[in-house]
Write a protein that binds this ligand. Structure first.
Ligand SMILES: C[S@@+](CC[C@H](N)C(=O)[O-])C[C@H]1O[C@@H](n2cnc3c(N)ncnc32)[C@H](O)[C@@H]1O
Length: 208
């Protein structure tokens, strides 16, 4: 049973609450796939977010690839990560790229984006990382990304998840009942929170 307090219907309110609860409001964050920054609309004035994206048209603070961040180890407090989701089968590359930038066209490739990007965020962030994910399906194959990425981080850094917040927009409920959605969890987003200290190069999970 999910605690109701963990479920939000606004991404920007979720992110603001999450940062406030877990990291406080006087922090410097990095968001290397920022797009139009819709998640950053409700932050407190003392939360600074340095934004990057591959697409210069969204006017990021720097243009670049989240797989190679131009920052020092531990330079930020918290990393926010929302890489592109899979391009839909009916969406041409041009259609998708115009709206969201380059995107993978299968779910294994979408998961790989997280596995390529998260290590850079763990490197440049001293206190924690937040990743927005959706579970997903390729045909009848369900990709439980929440568990895949939790295992990935655990095996690499030895730390488990600190918290999970859920974005479940009421406007998407009819889609989940429609004929093209086979899995009820498909349109729910999870915000996975890892919280740590780095001591002598080792990641230690923070439990408070
Ligand atoms: C799902 S959107 C992010 C939405 C954003 N969180 C918001 O609140 O509006 C993903 C973004 O990642 C960018 N992107 C894709 N591949 C990238 C890469 N390798 N490095 C940096 N940004 C990338 C895309 O251009 C797109 O703007």
């Amino acid at each position: 049973v999910l605690a109701e307090t963990n479920v939000f219907n606004s991404g920007s309110k979720l992110v603001a609450t999450l940062l406030q609860i877990h990291f406080g409001s006087c922090i410097v964050c990095v968001d290397p796939a920022c797009s139009v920054r819709s998640f950053l609309n409700s932050l407190s004035d003392t939360t600074v977010v340095v934004c990057g994206d591959l697409r210069k048209e969204v006017k990021p603070d720097w243009v670049g690839d989240f797989k190679r961040l131009p920052f020092r180890d531990g330079q930020f407090d918290v990393g926010l990560f929302d890489p592109p989701f899979k391009r839909g089968v009916r969406q041409t590359e041009d259609y998708y790229t115009g709206r969201y930038g380059p995107a993978p066209n299968n779910e294994n490739a979408a998961t790989k984006q997280y596995m390529d990007g998260l290590p850079e965020l763990f490197r440049v962030c001293a206190r924690g990382v937040v990743a927005k994910i959706q579970d997903a399906s390729d045909g009848h194959t369900f990709h439980d990304r929440r568990f895949q990425l939790t295992e990935f981080v655990k095996s690499r850094y030895g730390i488990g998840l600190h918290d999970v917040l859920i974005l479940d927009s009421p406007s998407k409920v009819p889609q989940r009942r429609g004929p093209t959605r086979r899995f009820s969890r498909q349109t729910v987003s999870y915000f996975l929170v890892w919280k740590y200290e780095v001591r002598a190069g080792r990641y230690m999970q923070v439990r408070y």
